[in-house]
Each structure stands twice: as C-alpha cells, then as structure tokens.
Design a protein around this ligand. Structure first.
Ligand code: OTU
Length: 657
C-alpha cells in the first residue's frame, strides 16, 4: 500500500514536471488549444497506469525520466499529426466502446499481393467485400521486407514504407479512409517481436553501432545461447535448430525465434519500447482500427524459462495500450497468441488486448470434424469461452498459418482422451496418413526429436473437398460442402467476430505450386495461401457450382446473423444435447434466445423432444436457418452435418421476414 502511494506521488510529481514541456512543444509545433485540451485530459486519465507500468519495466534505468519525457513528446507529436477524421472517430468510439460486439461485425483476411496485386486494385474489391458483409478487413503484412523469403511479410524492414510492389504508404492511408466510408475497419499487423535483418536498426547494429546493437540480443559466443536454449521451445525447427543464428559478418549469435532473418527485439531496452511505440502510433494514424499484435508470447526473455508469456510481456502490451488510449484512442489490439488456452486468455482484457484470436475453438472444430464427437469441444468451451467484459474473440477456421493442436491436456483426459496420442492421430488424419481420412493437408514444422508437427492446408482441402472432387464422387462433394458450411455456421453463431480467410468463401483448394518457388518451398503454409481464384468467384451466383453453393450458403448465414440480436456480444452457454455427435449451445442477449444444434457426423442424429421443450414455452420452436417450424412433441432429426438455430416460435408476422 505504501509502495502504491509512493508510486502515485512519484507519478503526479513527474506529471507536473513533464506536462509544461510537452504542451510547450505541442504549441510550438502549431497545435491548437482545443486539441491539446483533449490530449491532456486523456493523458491525465491514463497517466498513473502508464507511469506505473513503465516504472516497473524500466524504473531501474539511470535515464528513465529521459525516456519518459521523450515518449510523451512523441505521443503529443503523434496526436498533433493525427488526421481529423480519426480524431472524430476517437470521440465517437469513446462513447460507444463496445461497437465491435455488434452482430454485424464480420471479418475477412487476405494478402494484397496474392489477392489482387496492389493496394490501388484492392479498392475495386470493396463492393465484393460488402457483398460478403465484411465490416473488418485484415490485410496481411504489406510493408517493406527482404526480397525472396520474408516469411510472408512477417520480416519487416520498415514500418513506414509499404512494399513498393504493392503501392505506397499514401495509398494505404487513402484506402483506410475509403474502407472506413464503406463501413469497413482496416486491420494491420504490428510485427513487434522482431524486425527483419534489413531494417535500419539491424543494419546499424551490423555496422557496429552499439546503441543499435542493444536493440537486439547479440552474443559473442555460445555461452548465453546455450544457457537459454536449455529451456526454450523450437518454433521453426525445420528452418534451423535452436533459437539463435550465427552472423559471420558480425561474429555474433543473434536471437532469432522464427526465421534466421527475423531478429528478436530487446524490450528490456527502453529505447526499443519507445521506438516501437512510435511505429505503432504511425500505423494508427494511417487509419488502422485494429492492430494484430504478432507473436505476443515471445516479446520478453527470462533465463531459465521458455521465454514465452512472461509477466513483462503483458506489461509491455498494457503500456502500449495506455499510450494508444491517449494518442489514438479508437485503436484496438488483437492478440495473436497461439499457445495453451490459459495463456491465450491472459492477454485478453480491455487494458491489454480487447480482441484475441480463438485458436482453441479453431483447433477443436477440426478435432471434432475428424472424430465426429463433440465431447472435447463441448467440455473445453464450457469453461474456456467466457471473456472479460469489453473483449471479443476473433473466431476463425483457417488463417495464413498452420493448425496446431493447442487444447489443454487435462481437458482431454477429463473426457477420456489421451492428449499425446490424440495429437498424433490428428496430425495423421489431416496429413492424409490416416486410413479413411477425407482431409488433404501437409505437415508443417515436424520436429524429428519430439515428433511434434502442425498442419497446413486450405479449409476446403482439409474438409474433404479436394479429395471428393478428385474422385468425382457427388456424394462426397455434397458432404464436403456441408462440412465447410457447418464450420462457418459455428464461427458465425458462437459469439465474437467471425473471420473468413478470403478464398474460403468459394471453396479454394490447396495450391501445391509453392514448391517451385525457392523462396517458399520449405514452408508448407504456402499451400494455403493461393492466388485469388477469380473463376471460382465468377461462379459464386451459380447454385449449380461448388463455389456457388458455398458462397450462397455463407452469405445467407452472414445476412441472417445481422438480424439476430441474440448473436451480439460473446455470451454463450454450452448445453446438453444428449447426443455425442451434436454440439449444443445457447445464445441470449436481451429478449432473444437461440439454441444452436450442430451435427458433426455424416449420419442423421436425433435430439429428444423432451430436451427441446426446455427451450420454448409452446409446442414448437422456429428454425431460423431453414425458416421452418420444429415441433417439440417429437424428436428432432438432424441430417448429416446439419445445424439449426432454434428460437421460441415467432409470431406469424415475423416469419415472412
Ligand atoms: C506469427 O505466427 C505469424 O502469424 C506467422 O505467419 C509468422 O511466421 C510468425 O508469427 C513470425 O512473425 O509460430 O507458426 O504463439 O505461434 O506468433 C506460426 C504465437 C507462429 C506463434 C505465432 C507464429
């Protein structure tokens, strides 16, 4: 308590000392009084939190107050430069902080180069995005990156210059504005765990500049790397063993968690924190609404640990959050932590990341598709889905990355599953090594020592469409299409923001041509990052085609969802279905309640009328998906891979919606 009071006193003392200097600089640059007033008010509100976080991270540095002052000056400068349309959005969203919980929120993600080549061409697809109902679009990394292998852009050489192949930074800012006018929020990556080895900071380090050498983790010999590696996990074991890379030009080992050209930044150095805070606000001022915080678990290293999910990693993100609240208040963070579900959850809070990928749901949907049994999914979600108020899941089926089996071992044991054997089974199932599997996927990063692996492949190929088409089996094609729609129906109804990987809406299959490109051949994730499939897109309105069937079913559900207040927010309750193949959950907001039933098997399944009668007062329920009445006096039969969204029977007037 005493300590806290001391910190508060210290915080207000330094506030009083620093504020005049910052305001002086703001006005000297030509800032307006009203603008300053807004900034000062927000700064006052966030100050103690920000100060405490930075003090705990950097308070022992001799030049702590210097960094603090520089940080504040940078924040004020960035606020001064913030375009007025964004300042308007800031004030608007302050009064509507939970805008993203709406049942209209719908995400899409794409690689600009793979989808349409350039930023200026992307504008032509805004009508397509609207047709799909998107309100959020994540453009995969598009800033300057090394030629050749650059990890799909996740090796960033400049956070301020768009890759010239894609366009210019000015075009990106214009696009952000146009998307905003079309009701679509722009989402970009904040790749802040590492830079490429061609970033100016890395180049200066290579040239021997000691200030920039301290931006990274450099070691003259193996002593420290060996000591760290005793407890580190290998993330990309097929790229290189261990987490360090020898740079002959510098005669140094460099910490490289991912590829050897991705140098981990040293956040124990306050100059790194400050430099990245400036890059973050630059991105925010381009018009970005959501920053996807890449690889959050890895940003703090501690000897003797696996250097993932350290307490300081949270504090760094919270400090970035506080900075954003002051200088770019409408900016949201989305956590990308593809780790154990407890750790995923640890990043989600209004003060840290308001949004988070939901890798558990993603992995377990695939798990359930393989096993046709919902027990692990239902058990895990029953106690792991709830988020703190003011936060939302990003629910997805496929991303540009691999699928890893990140469920909790005890959850598995609790439902009678051996976690180790089960992961082996799932890898075998999805890489075509399991007899009878419908999936066509590839292994990613198989670790010869541990036997670990992850899975690559597009949604359609993993769900059986590729195999069905190649065997020209109409029954199998039908079943595969149903699996694809079923998976989407869950992310559309379970609570949170659904996110579609563009291409999946028309059933895009694996693209094996990546093996011919030396910059991509060793990374099987490229199998599910195909070019835009225009011919499939052209068929999207033709119900006799596979793309047409998937697209129409999907857009139907997306539209239906926007009319259902029960699908707002993230409150979801897993309920009994008394059928091991059927997942059941209830969504309720305000007066509307919807019971969702999902049959994960290729056989018809029944749900007892007794059970259904618990969900409506009358003798019938209404299925919103098929727009038909379901009698509760008898058992309900769900067809193979069928799902229903049941609500207490609507008055007749509503049925002719
Ligand atoms: C992320 O993924 C990106 O999504 C990848 O495309 C990048 O290669 C990588 O970072 C480096 O920038 O290991 O297999 O818990 O799992 O950050 C993908 C988070 C990854 C990690 C995740 C990482």
């Amino acid at each position: 308590m005493q300590d806290w009071e001391r910190i508060q006193r210290e915080a207000s003392r330094s506030f009083d000392r620093l504020l005049p200097r910052v305001s002086h600089a703001f006005f000297a640059a030509g800032g307006a009084a009203a603008d300053w007033g807004v900034f000062e008010q927000r700064l006052r509100y966030e100050w103690i939190r920000l100060f405490e976080l930075l003090l705990s991270l950097y308070g022992t540095q001799y030049d702590f107050f210097y960094h603090l002052e520089q940080l504040l000056l940078m924040m004020a400068q960035s606020w001064y430069e913030r375009p007025s349309w964004l300042k308007q959005r800031d004030s608007l969203r302050e009064t509507d902080a939970e805008w993203f919980q709406s049942e209209r929120m719908m995400g899409g993600v794409l690689y600009v180069d793979r989808f349409c080549g350039t930023l200026s061409r992307l504008r032509e697809f805004i009508p397509y995005f609207k047709e799909l109902g998107l309100t959020y679009i994540h453009l995969m990394p598009l800033f300057a990156a090394p030629e050749g292998n650059n990890d799909g852009g996740y090796a960033v050489s400049s956070y301020r210059h768009v890759n010239p192949r894609l366009g210019t930074t000015a075009e990106l800012a214009e696009l952000a504005y146009d998307l905003d006018r079309a009701g679509i929020s722009l989402v970009l990556d904040f790749v802040f765990n590492h830079t490429s080895d061609e970033h100016e900071w890395a180049r200066r380090a290579q040239a021997g500049d000691p200030d920039y050498q301290e931006f990274y983790f450099l070691f003259p010999d193996r002593t420290m790397p060996d000591a760290y590696e005793r407890t580190l996990r290998e993330i990309f074991p097929t790229v290189r063993r261990g987490s360090f890379t020898w740079r002959a030009d510098m005669q140094r080992w460099v910490w490289t968690t991912f590829n050897s050209f991705q140098w981990d930044l040293n956040y124990a150095n306050p100059a790194v924190f400050r430099a990245m805070a400036a890059e973050m606000l630059f991105l925010a001022n381009l018009g970005v609404t959501v920053l996807r915080l890449d690889a959050v678990p890895f940003i703090w290293k501690r000897m003797g640990t696996n250097c993932e999910n350290q307490p300081e990693a949270h504090r760094i993100i919270q400090a970035f959050n506080a900075i954003a609240r002051v200088a770019a208040p409408s900016l949201l963070f989305k956590s990308e932590a593809i780790v154990h579900p407890d750790d995923v959850l640890s990043y989600v809070s209004p003060d840290e990341c308001q949004l988070s990928y939901n890798p558990l749901l993603m992995a377990l949907l695939w798990e359930t598709l393989a096993t046709r049994e919902v027990k692990l999914l239902a058990h895990s979600l029953s106690h792991r889905f709830r988020l703190p108020p003011g936060c939302a899941w990003i629910n997805y089926l496929r991303s540009h990355d691999d699928i890893g089996w990140t469920f909790d071992d005890n959850d598995a044991r609790a439902v009678g599953i051996d976690p180790v054997g089960h992961r082996q089974f799932l890898n075998a199932f999805y890489t075509g090594r399991f007899p009878g599997s419908f999936a066509r996927g590839l292994p990613f990063q198989e670790n010869p020592e541990t036997g670990d692996a992850r899975v690559s492949g597009t949604l359609a190929s993993l769900a059986g469409l590729e195999q069905a088409l190649s065997s020209n089996d109409p029954q199998a094609i039908e079943i595969a299409i149903r699996r694809i729609i079923l998976l989407h129906s869950v992310i559309l109804s379970i609570g949170g923001i659904p996110l579609i990987y563009l291409g999946d809406e028309v059933g895009t299959l694996n693209d094996y041509s990546y093996v011919n490109d030396p910059a991509k051949a060793i990374d099987s994730r490229w199998v599910h990052r195909p070019l835009r499939n225009q011919s499939a897109m052209n068929q999207r309105h033709d119900p006799t085609t596979v793309p047409g069937r998937i697209f129409s079913a999907l857009t139907y559900l997306i539209r239906l969802r926007t009319s259902l207040p029960a699908f707002r927010d993230g409150a979801m309750e897993i309920v009994r279905s008394d059928n091991r193949h059927v997942l059941a959950y209830v969504r309720q907001t305000g007066s509307q309640r919807v019971l969702v039933l999902v049959n994960f098997s290729e056989y018809p399944q029944t749900i007892a009328g007794n059970l259904l009668r618990m969900y409506g007062p009358g003798p019938e329920l209404f299925d919103l998906v098929h727009e038909q009445v379901v009698a509760t006096s008898t058992d309900l039969t769900l067809q193979p891979y069928q799902f229903v969204w049941l609500t207490p029977a609507w008055p007749k007037a509503h049925r002719s919606r």
